[in-house]
Design a protein around this ligand. Structure first.
Ligand code: RUQ
Ligand code: CUA
Length: 672
C-alpha cells in the first residue's frame, strides 16, 4: 500500500496526485478489501476525505511526504499499536514503553529510581522491598537512588521473545533489575557482587537460562570495601567480570546461588550478545582498551580517550557458558563475595574463554538471527567485521592461535575467524536484523543507518537520521525471528529538530519504515524524560499483561497477601507502640477514614483496593509523611511509618478515580 503511493509520488510528485493516492490508501485501509471492492467504496469516501485532507494539508503547509508519513504512523483512538518498544531510560534509571508505529509513550516503568505516579519507592511497601535489595553499593556503603539504565533484555523461548520478563542493567553502579511483564512492575533489583559497573548485557540466553552482564570499568580485585590499588598496578590488581545470572523460570527472579562469574582481564568489556542456533551455549563480549590506559593527563600521560585507541586491536571475548556451567558443577571455582567465580586461569585451562582480535575500539557485538555470525563494528573504522562462528569453532579445534594476550588467554588468528569486513561509513556502532536477510548498522559519525546484505556482505543503502545515532532497534530484531517492518533510530542529538526547552535537549527517536524499497524516516519523537540507549521491540500480541489483580494480590509475589482486607472486615488494632490498620479503598472512600494513633506509634496500614474492574486505580498519600501508593485494581499493599509528631494529617486518594474523588479523604490523628 505504501509503495503504491510512493510510486505515484515519484512520477507526479504533486501534492494533489499524492493525496489522491492516499485517499485510495485510506479506503484500502478502512475496508481491507480487494482493489475492485475498494474502488466501489471510493466513490462515497473520496469526496469528503479527499477534500478534507487537501485543505488540512494546505492549511498546515504539509508536503505529500508529510501526509504520507502521518498516515503511515497514525493510530486512531481506540486502536492499538502493532508493537511495544521497551527503551532504557539512560540516567533516568527507568524503562519506557512506547507504541510502534505511533511512537506514543504508553508507560514509564520505574526500576532503580523512586517514581511517585506509580507509588514506587514511597512508604515502605512492596516496591520498597524490590528497590532495597539493590540499593546499597557494598563498596561505598552508600544508598544509590538513581541509575544509568542501558540495555533492556526481553526473555526468550527458543530464541524468540516470549513476553514474560524484562531485565535492565545499571551501567553506573553494577546493578540489574527485573520487570515482570504481567503487570509491568519491577520486582527485583540486585547489586551484582563484584561489579562496580555493567555494560555487556543485559542479554538473555535463548531459553532464558541466564541473563548476562559484564563489567564496564574494571575494579580492584577482589572487590571489597576499602580495597585499594594505585593505577600503576592496574594490570595486576584490577579485573573485569562476566556474570551469568540464573533466572528462576517460574518467577523470573535472578538467583545468585545458581549464578556464576568469570574473571576477565582489566580491559573495558563492552557490548555483548548470546549465541543461538549453531552458536547456542556461547556468548560474545567485545572490549576496548586492551592498552589498559588509565588516564593521567596532568601527570603527562595520555588521556584514556587516546591511550585506549593507541593499539591496533582489541579482543572479542568468546565464552563457552555451557562449559562454564560444567566447570562450576565440578567445583572449580572460587567464592568471592558470595559468588562462584571461575578464575581466568581456570577459564583458559578449561577452554571456557578465547579471544579473537577486533579492530581497535569496537562497539556493538550482534549475533545474526541464524546464530552463524557475530557482527562487531569499530567506532574508528568504517568497516564492520563479521566473525563466523563455524570458523571460530574450527580455529579452536585446530588451536589456530596467533598467541595469547598478556593474561594467557589464547587469541585466535584474525584471518581464520573473519568471514567478511563490510565498508559501511563513518562510526559504525550497533547492528540489528530483519526477516529478509538484511542487517542495519547505526553510523554515529555519519548520522545515518546503513542497510547491508548478509551473505553478500554488501552495502545496499543508507538513510540519514537526525542526529548522531547510537543504538537502533528493529521489530523483533534481536530475536531468532525478526519482523523487519520498523526500525527506531535512537539518536543522541536533536540539535534543531524541536523548539527550545532550554539547553538540555530531548533525545530524538526516529521511526524508520523498512517496508518499502527504500528506508524512510517517518516520525520524530522527542524524548524529554531520559536518554534511551537501547530498546527492544516486541509484537503486541506476545505480551499478556493483566488488566487487574485478583482481589488482594501482593504485587511483589503475585500471590494473595496475608493482609488482604475484605470489604466489611476492616479493622484497627492497637497494641503498645503500634497501630495496625486493615483498610479498604472503594470509590469514593477509605474505610476506616479516621485513624487515631499515639505520637511515636509505629503505624502499619494494610490497604486493599477492593475494586477489580479495569482502570479503577486509587492512590493513597498522607500529607507530610512522604508516602504515596498507587493501588491498582485488586492490589493489596502494606505501608509502614512512624508517627513521630503530633498533629491532624489528611490522607487522600491521589488518583482521579470518580466524580467524588476529591471527597476520597480521611484523617490520621496523631494524639500527643
Ligand atoms: S552503548 S551507543 Cu551503553 Cu549500548 Cu552503544
Ligand atoms: Cu480514589 Cu480518587
Amino acid at each position: 500500500m505504501q509503495s503504491r503511493s510512493s510510486k505515484e509520488q515519484r512520477s507526479g510528485n504533486t501534492l494533489r496526485l499524492a493525496l489522491l493516492g492516499l485517499v485510495f490508501v485510506v479506503v484500502l485501509l478502512a475496508g481491507g478489501f480487494s482493489i475492485g471492492r475498494a474502488s466501489k467504496k471510493a466513490t462515497t469516501t473520496k469526496v469528503s476525505v479527499g477534500g478534507g485532507l487537501d485543505s488540512i494539508a494546505a492549511a498546515r503547509n504539509l508536503s505529500a511526504d508529510d501526509v504520507e508519513n502521518a498516515l503511515a504512523t497514525y493510530v486512531p483512538s481506540g486502536k492499538y499499536d502493532d508493537y511495544y518498544m521497551f527503551a532504557s531510560g539512560g540516567h533516568s534509571g527507568q524503562v519506557f514503553v512506547i507504541g510502534i508505529p505511533s511512537m506514543r509513550i504508553l508507560k514509564t516503568i520505574a526500576v532503580f529510581t523512586p517514581e511517585p505516579w506509580q507509588g514506587y519507592g514511597y512508604g515502605n511497601d512492596w516496591s520498597e522491598a524490590a528497590l532495597k535489595t539493590g540499593r546499597t553499593m557494598p563498596l561505598t556503603g552508600n544508598d544509590i537512588t538513581w541509575a544509568d539504565t542501558h540495555h533492556p533484555a526481553l526473555s526468550e523461548t527458543n530464541g524468540e521473545y516470549d513476553g514474560r520478563y524484562l531485565y535492565i542493567n545499571d551501567k553506573g553502579n553494577g546493578r540489574i533489575g527485573f520487570v515482570d511483564l504481567r503487570d509491568f512492575r519491577t520486582k527485583q533489583t540486585i547489586q551484582i557482587p563484584n561489579h562496580q559497573s555493567t555494560h555487556g548485557g543485559a542479554f538473555i540466553t535463548p531459553n532464558s537460562e541466564y541473563v548476562h552482564v559484564s563489567s564496564n570499568t574494571p575494579t580492584v580485585w577482589p572487590p571489597a570495601p576499602n580495597a585499594y590499588a594505585p593505577l600503576d598496578q592496574y594490570k595486576d590488581k584490577y579485573r573485569g567480570v562476566s556474570s551469568w545470572l540464573s533466572i528462576d523460570q517460574k518467577t523470573g527472579r535472578m538467583d545468585l546461588d545458581k549464578s556464576f562469574q568469570i574473571e576477565l582481564p582489566p580491559y573495558t568489556q563492552d557490548l555483548a550478545d548470546a549465541g543461538k542456533g549453531p552458536s547456542l551455549g556461547w556468548g560474545f563480549v567485545n572490549s576496548y582498551n586492551s592498552e589498559m590506559a588509565t588516564g593521567g593527563k596532568m601527570e603527562g600521560k595520555p588521556t584514556i580517550e587516546s591511550g585506549a585507541s593507541a593499539g591496533a586491536t582489541d579482543y572479542l571475548h568468546i565464552i563457552n557458558w555451557k562449559k562454564a556451567e560444567e566447570v562450576v558443577k565440578a567445583g572449580k571455582y572460587d567464592t568471592i563475595n558470595g559468588m562462584k567465580v571461575i578464575s581466568m586461569k581456570t577459564a583458559v585451562a578449561e577452554s571456557v574463554l578465547f579471544f579473537a582480535p577486533e579492530v581497535r575500539s569496537p562497539h556493538g557485538a550482534d549475533v545474526t538471527p541464524d546464530g552463524k555470525f557475530i557482527v562487531v563494528s569499530g567506532k574508528l573504522d568504517p568497516h564492520t567485521t563479521v566473525y563466523s562462528f563455524d570458523k571460530i569453532q574450527k580455529a579452536i579445534a585446530a588451536k589456530d592461535f596467533e598467541g595469547t594476550d598478556p593474561f594467557g588467554v589464547p587469541v585466535l588468528k584474525f584471518s581464520s575467524v573473519v568471514e567478511a569486513q563490510v565498508e559501511l561509513g563513518a562510526g559504525p556502532l550497533h547492528t540489528q536484523y530483519d526477516d529478509k536477510g538484511f542487517a542495519y548498522t547505526s553510523l554515529f559519525l555519519e548520522s545515518a543507518v546503513a542497510k547491508w546484505k548478509l551473505g553478500d556482505w554488501k552495502l545496499v543503502e543508507k538513510v540519514p537520521v537526525q542526529y548522531n545515532i547510537g543504538h537502533l532497534a528493529v521489530a523483533q530484531g534481536d530475536s531468532a525471528k525478526p519482523d523487519g517492518k520498523y526500525l527506531v533510530a535512537l539518536n543522541k542529538w536533536s540539535v534543531d529538530r524541536f523548539p527550545s526547552v532550554g539547553p538540555l535537549h530531548p533525545q530524538n527517536l526516529q521511526l524508520v519504515d523498512l517496508t518499502g524499497e527504500k528506508m524512510r524516516v517517518r516520525y520524530d519523537m522527542p524524548m524529554g524524560i531520559g536518554e534511551p540507549h537501547y530498546a527492544q521491540i516486541i509484537r503486541r500480541e506476545t505480551l499478556k499483561g493483566i488488566l487487574n489483580y485478583e482481589l488482594g494480590t501482593d504485587p511483589l509475589t503475585m500471590t494473595t497477601s496475608k493482609n488482604v482486607v475484605q470489604q466489611g472486615k476492616e479493622k484497627i488494632e492497637q497494641r503498645p507502640g503500634v497501630t495496625e490498620v486493615w483498610m479498604s479503598a472503594l470509590r469514593s472512600h477509605f474505610t476506616p477514614d479516621v485513624v487515631r494513633v499515639k505520637k511515636g506509634d509505629k503505624v502499619i496500614i494494610h490497604i486493599t483496593n477492593v475494586e477489580t474492574s479495569r482502570d479503577t486505580t486509587h492512590g493513597f498519600t498522607i500529607s507530610g509523611f512522604n508516602i504515596q501508593s498507587s493501588l491498582e485494581p485488586g492490589e493489596a499493599t502494606s505501608i509502614e511509618f512512624t508517627a513521630d509528631k503530633a498533629g491532624a494529617f489528611a490522607f487522600y486518594c491521589t488518583e482521579f478515580c470518580s466524580a467524588l474523588h476529591m471527597e476520597m479523604q480521611g484523617w490520621l490523628l496523631v494524639e500527643p
